[in-house]
Write a protein that binds this ligand. Sequence first.
Ligand SMILES: C[S@@+](CC[C@H](N)C(=O)[O-])C[C@H]1O[C@@H](n2cnc3c(N)ncnc32)[C@H](O)[C@@H]1O
Length: 215
Amino acid sequence: MNIELKRIKFTLPGREITLDVVADVEALITDLSDADKVPCWAELWPAARSLARYIWEHTRLHGQSVLEIGCGLGLPGTVCAVKCGVVTFSDYNSDAVELSLHNAAINGAVAKGHLGDWRKFVLDDKFDWIIGSDVFYDPKLNPYVKALIEKNLKADGQVLISHQRREHTYNFVKHLKKEMGFAEIRIDKIETDEESVYHSFSISIHHLIKKLKHA
Ligand SMILES: C[S@@+](CC[C@H](N)C(=O)[O-])C[C@H]1O[C@@H](n2cnc3c(N)ncnc32)[C@H](O)[C@@H]1O
C-alpha cells in the first residue's frame, strides 16, 4: 500500500486501541461522481467509534466468528479480535482490507481478510456475528447486503449495525427485522468524542438477535 498513514489512539474503558489511519483522505479522491471511487473507506466514521465502544462493553466474543462488512479502517473488527473473536475483515477496497488486518495486528490480534463486493459476494462461511458501521446508506445496495446476511449469518447469529441516524438505514433495519425475524436492542444517543473530528454526533446502534422459535 502506497498511502501515507498516521498513528492514533482510540480509548476504551481500560484499554487503548492503536490505529494507523490515512493521513490525508482528500489526497485519495480521484472521481467524486462515481460512488465506487469515493474513498469513504479511508475515514474513521463516528459510527465506527460508537460501534467499537458498544462491542467492547456489551458483547462476549471469545471464539465466536465475526464478519465485518465495509470494514474501512477496521476499528470495530479490531475490537472484536482483541476480545478474542475470530474476525474476517471484508470490503471491496483492497487497501481497506489490508489496513484493517494491519490494525488488528498492531493490537496483538490475528484476523483474516476477504476482498469482496456485496453485489457479487462469494464467501461461503457462516458467522456468529455480522457487523457493519455506516454501511447501509444506499437503498440500491441494501438488497445485496440482505442476501449476504441471509447466506452468511448462522441460524442463531447476531447482527450489529451503527449509523449517524440515516433514514435509509432505519428502513433497512425495519425490513430485516420483518423478513428475517430479528428481535432488536436499539440505542439512540448523542456521543461526545474529543478524539473525533466531529466532537459530537447522533448515533443509532441496532443489535439484532434471532428470535427463538417455539414448538
Ligand atoms: C462510509 S464507509 C464506512 C467505513 C467504516 N465501516 C467506518 O464506519 O468507518 C463505507 C464502507 O463500505 C465499503 N463499501 C461500499 N460499497 C461496497 C460494496 N458494494 N461492497 C463492499 N464494500 C463496500 C466502502 O469501501 C467503505 O469501506
